[in-house]
Design a protein around this ligand. Structure first.
Ligand code: PGA
Length: 252
């Protein structure tokens, strides 16, 4: 059965105290909702992982990082490895977010390395893909996403592919207030599922969770999530406010 997921991507927000306090609030809210079926993931900055892990340990909320190093260990000053993330108790890591691709020049080959390291260290990966505005306007969006998946992800074995969640995030919609229409999201998600089916077969494609991300908010979440190939969301700005985040989770 395909899992429904809503993941909050805190990005570079909240100091340690604020983050732990916010995680407590979110965890408590969902603990009091035993019927809640959607998996809720908090993707926090590295410094919060250990503390949030303690908070969500017995609860229903899962934990993820927003990036990991492209090497396993060693002399890479300032980097955090997939194994270190795993050791905090986190289960997920976001790889390939467009902010990493753009600001830190992470290309498909590097993201492929990170993905393999994450999976080999027992993490599940939320692998992001998506086109920029000019690529959408010139009709190249499908080709761009196909290349990102082929070069970043499709070297994985079938059993590793089942540890992947794909997030489609049109770059022109991230933090801009512009959202893909439910039809644009559905078309791309359907295309992505088709690519996975071609490569890995029907069962893996049908079980794959594909999230939409990009200015998802309480007012548009239900409509986007109602599409058959949209299995939840990766939420940036709206994941920083309890009311908004909870409303998005409950929109599924
Ligand atoms: P946004 O960000 O919801 O603030 O547009 C989404 C994301 O970057 O994951």
């Amino acid at each position: 059965m395909r899992k429904k997921i809503v993941a909050g991507n805190w990005k570079m927000n909240m100091n340690l105290e604020e983050g732990l306090s916010f995680a407590k609030t979110i965890n408590q809210y969902f603990d009091e909702k035993p019927s809640q079926k959607t998996e809720v993931i908090l993707c926090t900055p590295y410094i919060h992982l250990n503390g949030v892990s303690e908070i969500v340990k017995k609860g229903k909320v899962a934990l993820g990082a927003q990036n990991c190093a492209s090497e396993d260990s060693g002399a890479f000053t300032g980097e955090i490895s997939a194994g270190m993330i795993k050791s905090t108790g986190a289960q997920y890591v976001i790889i390939g977010h467009s902010e990493r691709r753009t600001y830190y020049h992470e290309n498909d080959a590097l993201l492929n390395k990170k993905t393999l390291l994450a999976v080999n260290n027992g993490l599940k990966v939320i692998f992001c893909c998506g086109e920029v505005k000019e690529e959408r306007e010139s009709g190249k969006h499908l080709d761009v996403v196909r290349r990102q998946l082929q070069d970043g992800l499709f070297s994985l074995s079938g059993s590793d592919m089942s540890k992947i969640v794909i997030a489609y995030e049109p770059v022109w919609a991230i933090g801009t207030g512009l959202t893909a229409t439910p039809e644009q999201a559905q078309d791309m998600h359907h295309y992505i599922r088709g690519l996975v089916k071609e490569k890995y077969g029907r069962e893996i494609a049908e079980d794959l969770t594909i999230l939409y991300g990009g200015s998802c908010k309480p007012s548009n979440a239900a409509e986007i999530f109602s599409k058959p190939d949209v299995d939840g969301g990766l939420i940036g700005g709206a994941s920083l406010k309890k009311e908004d985040f909870v409303a998005i989770v409950e929109a599924i």
